[in-house]
Design a protein around this ligand. Sequence first.
Ligand SMILES: [Fe+2]
Ligand SMILES: [Fe+2]
Ligand SMILES: [Fe+2]
Ligand SMILES: [Fe+2]
Length: 398
Amino acid sequence: MQFHLNRFLFGLSLALDCVESELLGITTHHGFRVAYLSMRLAHLLGMSEQERFDIAAFAVLHDNGLAEESLSSGLPAADRLAGVEISPVHCTIGETNIAAFPFQTHHREIIRHHHECWDGSGFFGLRGDEIPMMAQIVGFADYLDLKCQLAEPGSRERAGEFIAARSGSVFSPTVVALFRQLSANTGFWLDLRDPFITTALERILPVITQEMTWERILEISRVFSRIIDSKSRFTLRHSSGLEEKTAFMANHFALDADTRIRLRIAASLHDVGKLAMPNAILDKPGKLTDEERLKMSEHTYYTRACLEKIPGFEQITEWASNHHEKLTGTGYPMGLGADRLDPWCRLLTVLDIYQALTEERPYRQPLPHARVMELLACMTADGELDGGMVDAVGRAFA
Ligand SMILES: [Fe+2]
Ligand SMILES: [Fe+2]
Ligand SMILES: [Fe+2]
Ligand SMILES: [Fe+2]
């Protein structure tokens, strides 16, 4: 199919954005602002459409290794804020994570080097033009937005002083000169503000469509499911495990090849909305309060918000986003009833519960197959789950 790469990237960036808001305390749309600024600078440098798409992708993905670095820091969730972005770990993890992303040009090592400084004082000690140009740009945009909060009032003055003090030390003088040219316009500053940034970005983002098989799209989806799973040590195998079980069941039901792969994509991305959930809740070593449970029930809404922007993903969006809906209409986040839940929504719901219960959680050990089936039987008796699907899953994984 003709796959809209830009729609895919920006759909998923909605969730990635939340990770940085949580861990670094930045106002939302940070990734969007870094992408916007990077593309405008790249345009002034005469970069091609393909290069501008790639720099937008690097910008949106620049801190994709943050959740995993934060996790590997071993700090309790509440203290992690101080522990991230002060080491090169997230740069290396981030670079590895995105290896399968379909970049359009040969530019690489951009994410690895997004914390390099012009004077060689960055994580890896590259200096001057040893730093890839795209990394100079993305690093500049990232640091500037982090420190000057570009969407907030007074940012024009703050940024001016901030840059003047760092040109030739932290920042490349070329990039600084280009930024001065760009930022002379009022429209530039308004584009960065919250009501306008999404539209501003769409206005300048090159439309990149590419003929791709569903298999290839599944590979790209796994780039993101890895990032999702690494958000909490309790879910390290959750999306990949669900995808494997989904593949097994799709085979069992002898689905056609396209449906099989699309179901696996839905499984691999079903919890993308968890990126928007705080670790204080995901890792809480005890029962959630009512308020925390309500917050958690938002995650599938975020999954829908991410996926529904992608042309061709209409069915995948339904399968992925409805995995906490119940046939009785008592699920979340929409309260959809049986008439809105097709067989494959029902299958993913059962498999997701099965997968979750067989994994460790902060408040319990993994449950054995027999116990999981008892719990699924109770939910079926209450009319919440599809009994046929529960039976099929029970037989398949006995
Ligand atoms: Fe970073
Ligand atoms: Fe950042
Ligand atoms: Fe979920
Ligand atoms: Fe899940």
